[in-house]
Design a protein around this ligand. Sequence first.
Ligand SMILES: NC(=O)c1ccc[n+]([C@@H]2O[C@H](COP(=O)([O-])OP(=O)(O)OC[C@H]3O[C@@H](n4cnc5c(N)ncnc54)[C@H](OP(=O)(O)O)[C@@H]3O)[C@@H](O)[C@H]2O)c1
Length: 260
Amino acid sequence: MENYTLITGASSGIGNAFAKAYAERGHNLIIVARSGDKLKAMARDYAEKYKIKVEYMIFDLSLENIAKAVYDEVNRRGLTVDTLVNNAGFATTGLLHTADYKIQHEEILLNVAAMTELTYLFIKGMSERGKGTVINLGSCVSFTPFPYSAVYAATKAYVLSFSESISYEYRDKGIRVLAVCPAPTQTHFFDKCGNVTDNMRTPANVVGSAFKTLEKGRKTVCKDGIITKLQAFMPRLLTRRAALNITGRISGRAWGKNNG
Ligand SMILES: NC(=O)c1ccc[n+]([C@@H]2O[C@H](COP(=O)([O-])OP(=O)(O)OC[C@H]3O[C@@H](n4cnc5c(N)ncnc54)[C@H](OP(=O)(O)O)[C@@H]3O)[C@@H](O)[C@H]2O)c1
């Protein structure tokens, strides 16, 4: 039986860097996203370069109940997932009522619902086999509210809380759960909304931090970059209101005038 690492949102940015890092370590891959052409080219390149098996699956993970379709397709192809990287995600910005609610709903379905259900479905097999890894992409905004990106920050707070809880539930079942919380990183993520800072990480930095955290100790949270470390520390130093005033001022400058 051959094991696979399934990565959502592998067609670009941080997901692409995770795919490369796992390929370099000899893992077979299942790469999932909407851009079929990119996935197809990537599957061919990585299989040839790293001498691994690469399956690609084209899914829009912001559709209702889509995780079960991914799970069924993995089983139909007779594949076993021992590592799951829930990476696909996006952000909306601006005053809550100015961003199209349909898009904010898709943001919740992708960042929260698909991530939760994929974990729910694949962790059962990992638990039965006594071995597995689940990596969920949080954010620096997992630790504090972030005005003008309220829905996104709330979805990433969910990712952190969910990951920490299940890391405890499955700690004696051979399953490692890690929430990776990147600081702003140079990817297509900011294409639509514009960035809040010029102090950017690279996808390779983020994945390097994730592997360092996985390989040493039993930490559940990988805080990548100085901005994430500061944001995670803020609630320990300040009242929630004071922290909110700081993040509100920072994001207000960048996104306060965004209309969706
Ligand atoms: N960049 C940052 O500063 C930053 C900071 C903190 C956290 N993060 C998190 O890191 C993760 C990766 O983001 P990134 O920065 O690498 O962004 P990115 O370059 O925009 O990549 C996003 C990936 O998700 C896929 N995706 C988007 N919508 C999808 C959908 N509906 N169904 C399936 N796949 C979908 C995209 O592929 P297709 O378009 O082909 O579907 C792409 O592969 C996200 O969860 C994000 O919230 C990013």
